[in-house]
Design a protein around this ligand. Sequence first.
Ligand SMILES: Cc1cc2nc3c(=O)[nH]c(=O)nc-3n(C[C@H](O)[C@H](O)[C@H](O)COP(=O)(O)OP(=O)(O)OC[C@H]3O[C@@H](n4cnc5c(N)ncnc54)[C@H](O)[C@@H]3O)c2cc1C
Length: 382
Amino acid sequence: MHFELTPEQVAVQARARAFAVEEVAPLAREADEKGKFPMQLVRRMGELGFLGGPIGAEYGGTGLDYLSCALVYEELGRADSSVRGFLAVHEGLVSLCIRDWGSESQKRRYLPRLASGEWIGCYCLTEPNAGSDAASIETTAREEEDCYILNGEKIWITNGNIADVALVFASRDRSARHKGICAFIIETSTPGFFREKVAGVELGHRASDHARVVFEECRVPKNALLGEPGDGFKVAMAALDHGRIGVAAGAVGVAQACLDACVAFARQRRQFGKRIGDFQMIQASIADMAADVEAARLLVYRAAWLKQQGLPSTRETSIAKLFATEIAVKAASDAVLIHGGRGYSNAYPVERYYRDIKGLQIYEGTSHIQRIVIARDVIGKE
Ligand SMILES: Cc1cc2nc3c(=O)[nH]c(=O)nc-3n(C[C@H](O)[C@H](O)[C@H](O)COP(=O)(O)OP(=O)(O)OC[C@H]3O[C@@H](n4cnc5c(N)ncnc54)[C@H](O)[C@@H]3O)c2cc1C
């Protein structure tokens, strides 16, 4: 068992860290306040090879291994969950599905544009009446001789208003439940594709773009189908297997950022004539945070390594996502407490970490759903 990163992985980590510290973190507070995604970072991520991480060079990608990609997500998560979330959807959910399920002409048309940042991708699964129970989606795909016609509504679509291409799930036969679902690659300029900002003000990820997408007699050619008719549910679940590692790694980044902030604060803040880091209760809190971060990181690295070997990794990915997001929620909560009144203001970044981290516990399968995936595998079916 080797715990060291390879020289190539160390180099990717250093590149991602420099980008996160020098270019992402300085924009994070303003982007959060304005609720506006820093679009200039998209092309930069393309130039740095992060948008097409695991995509092969023949399709404009960088050919990174999955552990290197996890390192990128971790470093971005440490700086800004909105930017990390952009990448997890664009690359983890969209590009990788096109790579795994697409025809040669789909790969040639979409992957290079997504890898450079010329085009942005979004993933449209969730609906008002279908969240955790994705097999019950109500968006329909009516088959005609030369096309499919989509009707329905999607919500909470990250990148939805800025995307050029959408991976959309719709049912051609709702009575067949998951077997009736088809996946489509739809260019967002297609007539009948409407989008707007999702209703309300979000708790966190305020710089992320979240859309409500509506399909009204949206006509797409037959070659927009990704995979075979009826493969859609498998495509959606395979996407989540990729995406969940990105979320888990991002959660490790948030927890690490909380730890870094708490250590710096505990060394400098003085009360009762001492550094607060000299009080045992603060020490215990920081020690637990450090232990949790290390454990979560190892779970994420193991899941990424298994995936790279082509070994089964669904259970390990769910374990990593569950554990990393739960400990990061606790780390963020403790970080606000350790900062006292200062932690309650956005003058200190722990306030944003506390709001952002809740989203990671919800999307790409809530913590309840991760427990279902894990228990199903651990206990087995009758
Ligand atoms: C910031 C953000 C970004 C998102 N981005 C995207 C995106 O890009 N694309 C996309 O398609 N979706 C996206 N989503 C949607 C997200 O995936 C869903 O919110 C999530 O899957 C939960 O679905 P729901 O909100 O309908 O909750 P529900 O499924 O209604 O769940 C409500 C509660 O019930 C629990 N629950 C449900 N079923 C069970 C069960 N069987 N056992 C125990 N408990 C259960 C849930 O865990 C939860 O606590 C995003 C959401 C957020 C918050």
